[in-house]
Write a protein that binds this ligand. Sequence first.
Ligand SMILES: C[S@@+](CC[C@H](N)C(=O)[O-])C[C@H]1O[C@@H](n2cnc3c(N)ncnc32)[C@H](O)[C@@H]1O
Length: 255
Amino acid sequence: MQMSAPTLRLDAMQFFGRLASDYHAMFGITLAALRGQRILDCPSGPCSFVAEAVAAGIDAVGVDPLYIHTHAELRERCESDIAGTIKAMSAHGDHYSALDLITYADSKRAALHGFLADYEIGRAANRYIAASLPLLPFADQSFDQTFSAHLLVTYSSPESGGILTNSPFTEQWHQAALTELLRVTKRVLHVYPTTTRTSPARRHPYLEHIVARLQVSDEWKCRYELSTYHRGDPAQNLLNASLVIERVSPDHATV
Ligand SMILES: C[S@@+](CC[C@H](N)C(=O)[O-])C[C@H]1O[C@@H](n2cnc3c(N)ncnc32)[C@H](O)[C@@H]1O
């Protein structure tokens, strides 16, 4: 089905990250609740989530294709992407009027700062791994819980409800990426966002199809958890939620 125009449109993927407090808002989960578990963040980008989790005593790993780059290259790339994204958001001012874009940009710089402070030491300790969905270099069920934010759905094509012009992330890619995330997850996979970037927002069709398929398997249970993370005008996104996919019996084979 053809969507209404997106409230944001970008020509390239952004190396853009968030804080552990943003993960809390997106997924409703605190770091304290993750203690004693092995956690995957994919894609992790320039997020401070892994660094903050490790500082809280959690065994956390981040994956991103850009982790082939040096500290200096990633800093430069992220600073430029923060500026570019804020410019693009300012051009859609009506939709983001509830958001203070200066504070928003500051929080992205704080995430970058936390990430960079941990990057070299974390790479040496194998907690920042360069890899690309839909292929992850981990054994089946390696992680108790996996978090995947702002890649699936977000960077799908504007025609499907995402923001990326000429997106390579087709419905088939989403199916393969989600299957791979589930393969490496023992208990729960969390995905955010789940809605289109349209006004009003709808549940993204790729996810709806994937959830419909998983619902008939006896291995996974799916539900949506309301999210408090900002998604532009709140009145236009009453479906703001993460998708929670839980393995029915954690020792089963994968999908
Ligand atoms: C906007 S960031 C999201 C980071 C973080 N999860 C968040 O919510 O802020 C998107 C990230 O996806 C990464 N990416 C691009 N293609 C990817 C792929 N095929 N597999 C995994 N990550 C990918 C990019 O390098 C970028 O860092």
